[in-house]
Design a protein around this ligand. Sequence first.
Ligand code: PGA
Length: 248
Amino acid sequence: MKSIIIANWKMQLDLKGAKELAMAFKGISEKDKEVVICPSFASLGEVGNILKKGSVKLGAQNCFWEVKGAYTGEVSSWELKDAGCEYVIIGHSERRQYLKETDEMVHEKVRAALSAGLTPIICVGETFEQRQQGARDYILIHQTTKALEGIKVDKNQKVIVAYEPVWVIGSGQAVAPEDAASASQVIGQTLIDLYSGDLANNNFSVIYGGSVDSRNIKSFVQTGVIQGFLVGGASLKKDEFIDLIKNI
Ligand code: PGA
């Protein structure tokens, strides 16, 4: 399976900055690696135009669960598909924290993303307090199950689950690779329990995110169980992101 590297630009760039970075990344083409860029909604169109025809894919950072209607300020997964997206990040911890996104909302968004033909990138992970209580695995199993339980995944659909320990995001200090590996295995087991082993192994990828950079990425790859990365800060620096991809 190809390893997947997803750039989450969050709300960090203006249009000019987003276009410059997209120009720098559009030529990235590495065998066995799928690179996805997730700009903000406002620069999705322009970044999509720059990436068009290249091998780097377009993703969004969120979607709404309804197809259309009176939902001021929301963007549906079908609109994202129309705009050229193939991926959408769902349930990022910043949305769970600041926008009070619940497991139920995440579930509806995953359903909508799959119906529109998008690959959902579902973020799960424990806070520092939950970790101190020894609840990491409970949180991972709970969030993964709530996001997916009862949703049918066909053989031609893909789902990505990203383990993102909330307390290391943007901190500059990633978790130990063995820690990320064991968390990935807990998520992987949950997927096998929810779906068949075959489907879980072929249609789902479990990736890691949280202060990944060009220096520490190799140690995560070497665990042999992490299938890709969700990258925030390091995806905003041209040379850093290109080195990071090369180092996989
Ligand atoms: P970070 O962000 O790489 O800056 O820690 C990752 C994320 O929020 O997805």
